[in-house]
Unconditional design. Structure first.
Length: 603
């Protein structure tokens, strides 16, 4: 009884690993996307800027490292700031808000929007993801684990500060021009999931200067985006600070004379920062920030500025499958009774089109290998892809299906909440959103990942043949062993197998799914049944084994369809039209600037 109760309450439970393609969450989400408006025409832009110092008046625990959430900081290395950049054009307006915080969660984002008196789609949230910023703003158990005990009074203070900076930036716009650069900052980070894997090295900058300004005029604002965790500096006892993003901001501001410089965390999920040799962790963070600023400074002269700019803004509500926390393995999961509290099944993606740049904000630690897969799929639009993390919601680490299955790490086993296809699901939606904001949207069908029909058919083929041969020889014994309902049940299961084998394209088999353990069990039982059934004197053993083989290999059809209809959460099915990954020439002036990669010695 204790073992049974443990299995029910804790696990392990089997999992359904079929693809997200065509599932109900995706269908509902795509319906919303289809109803969203497309981008308007380009027009003269205006920008507004504001910033506020978030440094707490009194020492408090910092957010980011579990070991420091109960220890107030003892000093300040750099102030923690929040900065807002509002961009208006004939085609729309939006405020980009970034802060020297670990992240901005859904509760805090909702309060900022409410107090600033704007719509949720009018604020594009992100953060520097510093692990040296103030904590105490989250009341979810997982947030308190990494950000300290929830402090309602500090939450109120922080919400007011962020709402104020949003409102002030929207109320002080002025005419501007916009340029964009993107370089590959190689050697500035490593892959934290597997050091042998590549990194997403894109370092991007949106640059705004006064309208009609000559070359060399100090910018109004620069938004820099890079994807390494801000974890270079981790002093003990803890000190408050913005890590390498603060150094990057300070250096860019000094070197360009910009009125404001913002930093947004990019694809941080699998990216650790390079740590240049220095006398201290603080000096190492400063060295990395200056090196990244130097990479951008070398590229800024190549930026081409435009007065008339498209500003597109699309915030998409996204339906998710049920929470599925792995039970130390990608093939098993904890019981839903243990994991229901982790997260609900609603989140959002936020996409911005600002001139030649397409920013997409993801709800969590978005990984660089996903960004590498997403960038080619939007290339046909002529836009440069810029992924950012922590869009005002957090749904753990977002990784791809191969990484989820093959890499046993903190990111995949403890902080990946929705199964193996979450990364591909978000990438699919992001590509479609960018396509909707583009001038020349693609209309061809983009192939999406799904179960391999050939492999399934090869696995089930021998089972079906053996079942047919044995069933023909032992019809009377089968009827005696299972009663009148036995042949009918077996016939239905066998018909399902036959339909899959002969014409898999007729039925939406990917939506139904077939877990690998079912295929394996069916094949093994089929072989055992054939062997035992061929030997005389076995009585009802052979027919019973034959029935078990056929039912296990075929009854998944009804069982999984019923389960998913009840849960309303199926992943799997056919794909709908989407943007094509085939590269095509972009619009004139839309290609990002690319320079030779810096050497590691420059860090």
């Amino acid at each position: 009884m204790a073992l049974t109760a443990s299995l029910i309450v804790i696990g392990p439970w089997p999992v359904d690993n079929s693809s997200f393609v065509g599932g109900e969450p995706r269908r509902r989400t795509l319906d919303r996307l289809e109803a969203s408006p497309r981008i308007g025409p380009a027009g003269p832009i205006r920008v507004g800027l504001a910033e506020v110092d978030l440094t707490p008046a009194l020492p408090r625990p910092l957010a980011g490292f579990i070991g420091q959430v109960r220890t107030p900081f003892v000093g300040v290395d750099t102030p923690c700031m929040a900065r807002a950049l509002s961009v208006e054009s004939a085609s729309g307006s939006v405020t980009i808000l970034t802060a020297d915080l670990l992240l901005i969660d859904a509760k805090l984002a909702a309060e900022v929007v409410r107090r600033a008196k704007v719509r949720p789609d009018q604020v594009y949230f992100t953060s520097s993801h510093t692990h040296g910023g103030p904590g105490g703003w989250g009341d979810h158990p997982l947030e308190m684990l990494v950000a300290g005990a929830y402090d309602q009074s500090y939450f109120e203070t922080l919400a007011n500060q962020l709402a104020d900076v949003v409102a002030r930036s929207r109320g002080a716009v002025e005419p501007a021009e916009m340029g964009f650069v993107q370089v590959q900052a190689r050697g500035r980070q490593s892959n934290r999931v597997d050091p042998s894997l590549p990194t997403h090295d894109a370092l991007s900058a949106l640059v705004f200067r006064p309208a009609g300004a000559a070359d060399g005029t100090p910018p109004l604002a620069i938004l820099a985006v890079f994807g390494a965790h801000a974890t270079v500096s981790h002093p003990v006892p803890p000190r408050l600070g913005g890590d390498y993003p603060a150094a990057l901001v300070a250096e860019l501001k000094r070197a360009t004379g910009a009125r404001s410089v913002l930093f947004a965390s990019g694809a941080v999920g699998d990216a650790s920062p390079a740590r240049p040799r220095a006398p201290s962790q603080r000096k190492s963070a400063e060295a990395l920030g200056r090196a990244l600023a130097g990479d951008l400074m070398a590229a800024l002269p190549s930026a081409r500025f435009a007065r008339d700019v498209e500003v597109g803004n699309l915030r998409l509500a996204v339906d998710l499958p049920p929470v599925r926390l792995p039970f130390f393995s990608p093939s098993l999961r904890f019981s839903p009774l243990m994991t229901w509290w982790i997260a609900d099944r609603k989140t959002h993606l936020h996409a911005l089109r600002i001139g030649p740049a397409a920013l997409v904000g993801f709800p969590g630690d978005y990984s660089g290998h996903l960004a590498d897969e997403l960038a080619p799929s939007v290339r046909s639009t002529g836009l440069a892809m810029v992924a950012t993390s922590f869009n005002g919601d957090v749904r753990g680490y977002l990784v791809s299906e191969p990484v989820f299955r093959e890499k046993a790490s903190y990111e995949t086993r403890w902080m990946s909440f929705y199964g193996p296809w979450t990364g591909e699901y978000f990438n699919d939606l992001a590509a479609r959103m960018v396509d909707r904001l583009a001038d020349n949207p693609a209309h061809s069908t983009r192939p999406m990942p799904g179960p391999t029909a050939l492999a399934d058919r090869l696995m089930l083929g021998p089972v079906l043949v053996l079942a047919a041969m044995f069933g023909r020889r032992r019809k009377r014994e089968i009827r005696r062993a299972a009663g009148r309902s036995g042949p009918l049940t077996v016939a239905i299961a066998a018909a399902a197998l036959l339909a899959f084998e002969v014409a898999p394209e007729v039925v939406d088999w990917a939506r139904i799914g077939l877990p690998s353990w079912v295929k394996l069990a069916g094949v093994l039982l089929g072989l055992v049944a054939a062997y035992r059934g061929a030997r005389p004197g076995r009585g009802r053993v052979g027919p019973l084994l034959w029935m078990s083989c056929t039912l296990i290999s075929g009854s998944w059809l009804v069982a999984l369809m019923g389960l998913r209809a009840w849960a309303g959460s199926s992943f799997g099915g056919r794909d709908e039209p989407g943007p094509s990954p085939t590269p095509t020439p972009g619009r004139p002036g839309s290609e990002p600037a690319s320079l030779p990669a810096p050497s590691e010695s420059r860090a």
